[in-house]
Design a protein around this ligand. Structure first.
Ligand code: PLP
Length: 290
């Protein structure tokens, strides 16, 4: 809601917006609903790095914005300072607005979360989108916030008023309470997810997946080629039936589905016993020693 309100306020039909892929699936459709065109730039495994030349080549005279999601869904990548500086340089050079989705900012296992708006010259050209969903484990509430300069936020406020008028009042009140939680709350949140990650990652490795270890968020992207010649959708369906574990096919995170055909994404916001049961089931996939 924050992202689409910001894009509707800032992008015009005919504009272009850069979206990294794999992506959280809303950004492209959000852009299309504004009449603008998403331009996809691939993050390269194993560390989901940006190729600076590919990024620069994606900028055209019509480019107006870029979406940056860190920590990242679906890969768990946390963009480091040099990557954010590359993006900031491009924004300053071409007068772009950065739409940052920082919803996983507190679910971090390595590195640090650097808000793009804190880089020189970026505060006035960044729209930071955030939410209660992940930080306070209330994913169905759909309550969040957007931080932007007065110039940018004036349009976003008006647009939002015409979209939903406002978020449900009792949920906003709960949000105000949550935002005052002490630092210890956030430390425990990250630690609890770290334990879950450190349960699932070795279990996936033992089962035979090639694992892209996440530094943040609560997803694990995996390469399925050591286990199967099936494509991602066929393999994901098979996993649901036997051994009974649900994943998301990798192709759903790409504009060009072929880029995700050898991948599936696991999510680990689950109870310890559920993850332990999944680990047991996945072991059934492990190739038996000759
Ligand atoms: C990167 C990202 N942004 C936004 C959302 C949704 O946010 P909200 O729950 O505030 O609608 C999700 C949920 O999966 C997400 O992964």
């Amino acid at each position: 809601e924050g992202m689409i309100a910001a894009m509707l306020a800032i992008l015009d039909p005919g504009d272009e917006v850069i979206v990294f892929e794999p992506f959280y699936e809303n950004y492209g459709p959000d852009s299309i609903l504004t009449g603008s065109t998403p331009r996809y730039v691939t993050l390269h495994e194993p560390d989901w790095s940006i190729d600076p030349d590919e990024l620069r080549r994606a900028v055209t005279p019509r480019t107006r914005g870029i979406v940056v999601n860190s920590p990242h869904n679906p890969t768990g990548k946390v963009f480091d300072r040099s990557e954010l500086e590359l993006i900031a340089d491009l924004c300053r050079e071409h007068d772009l607005v950065a739409f940052t989705d920082e919803i996983y900012e507190h679910i971090l296992y390595a590195g640090e979360h650097i808000p793009l708006a804190t880089l020189p010259g970026m505060a006035e050209r960044t729209v930071a989108v955030n939410s209660m969903s992940k930080t306070y484990s209330v994913t169905g509430w759909r309550v969040g916030w957007v931080i932007a300069s007065p110039e940018l936020s004036a349009g976003i406020r008006k647009t939002h008023d015409f979209l939903t008028v406002g978020a449900a009042a009792p949920l906003q009140q709960a949000g105000a309470v949550a935002l005052a939680f002490p630092d210890a709350y956030y430390a425990k949140l990250a630690e609890d997810y770290r334990v879950r990650r450190d349960t699932l990652v070795p279990a996936l490795e033992a089962a035979g997946f090639r694992v892209f270890r996440p530094d943040g968020a609560y997803y694990v992207m995996t390469d399925i080629t050591p286990l199967t010649r099936d494509d991602d959708v066929t393999f994901a369906r098979r996993l649901i039936l036997d051994p009974g574990v649900a994943t998301v096919p990798g192709s759903s995170f790409y504009s060009r589905p072929e880029l995700g055909r050898t991948k599936v994404r696991f999510a680990f916001p689950k109870r310890a016993e559920t993850l332990a049961a999944a680990a047991d089931r996945l072991l059934k996939l492990a190739p038996t020693p000759a």
